[in-house]
Design a protein around this ligand. Structure first.
Ligand code: SAM
Length: 213
């Protein structure tokens, strides 16, 4: 993957994004590529990052983050894995809501940088957040995460818009089942009805509406 040096990447993010709170969670500000940014209409070649998923706040992530802010007891004193954190909004909301420990995880290092910048933007302490670009989707990853999740009663996995690719979603489901079984963690999924398999597996459902301004 093409990477800029961290300091250059941070400057690039700050220069090429806008601070936006136009979302389902208006109390959280995020550095995003918005319609006001030249890159909104750019070709992949014009962007130094191949897939800047972290520069967008995905609908599933918005719904999930809104749920956390409206139900802070869901994360308070929990160890929280924000799997595929992207811009980091769910991690920010977890920190605001009193999570004990947060693991912001994304295989794209620029997503971790964007998450860090979004913590700063919202004046959130970094003291109980770890950042990891490790791909945990294998047996060794499950073992590593078991060390993070110490108390099954207080373990939570967050997934915002992670079922965007159906092959990956099938792999992710198998892995999540194993992780859930071995850690006892609760899993909260923000997903705009993307994956038919998901529908069969949900135990409970919370819906929220989007309106286009
Ligand atoms: C569609 S974005 C969603 C981002 C954020 N959760 C949100 O809702 O705004 C999916 C993110 O998952 C990350 N991702 C993909 N595969 C991953 C994996 N195996 N482990 C961790 N992150 C992954 C991508 O880099 C991307 O940032």
């Amino acid at each position: 993957m093409k990477m800029l040096k961290t300091s250059h990447a941070a400057k690039w993010i700050l220069r090429n994004t806008r601070v936006s709170s136009e979302s389902l969670t208006q109390s959280i500000k995020l550095h995003l590529i918005t319609e006001a940014c030249p890159l909104w209409m750019s070709t992949p070649e014009q962007c130094p990052f191949p897939d800047p998923y972290w520069a967008f706040y995905w609908p599933g992530g918005q719904a999930l983050t809104k749920f956390i802010l409206e139900n802070p007891e869901t994360v308070k004193n929990y160890s929280v894995l924000d799997w595929g954190c992207g811009c980091g909004a769910s991690s920010v909301a977890s920190a605001i809501s009193g999570a004990k420990a947060i693991l912001a995880n994304d295989i794209d290092k620029n997503a971790l940088l964007a998450t860090l910048l979004n913590y700063r933007l919202n004046r959130i302490s970094l003291s109980n957040t770890e950042f990891s670009s490790r791909n945990f989707v294998d047996d060794a990853g499950v073992e590593e995460l078991r060390k993070f999740f110490k108390d099954p009663e207080k373990s939570l996995i967050l997934l915002g818009d992670m079922f965007y690719d159906s092959d990956f979603a099938s792999t992710a489901f198998k892995w999540l089942k194993k992780l859930k079984h071995l850690t006892g963690a609760r899993v909260l999924v923000g997903d705009p009805d993307r994956h038919p398999l998901a529908e069969q597996q949900y135990l409970d459902r919370y819906e929220t509406k989007f309106t286009k301004r």
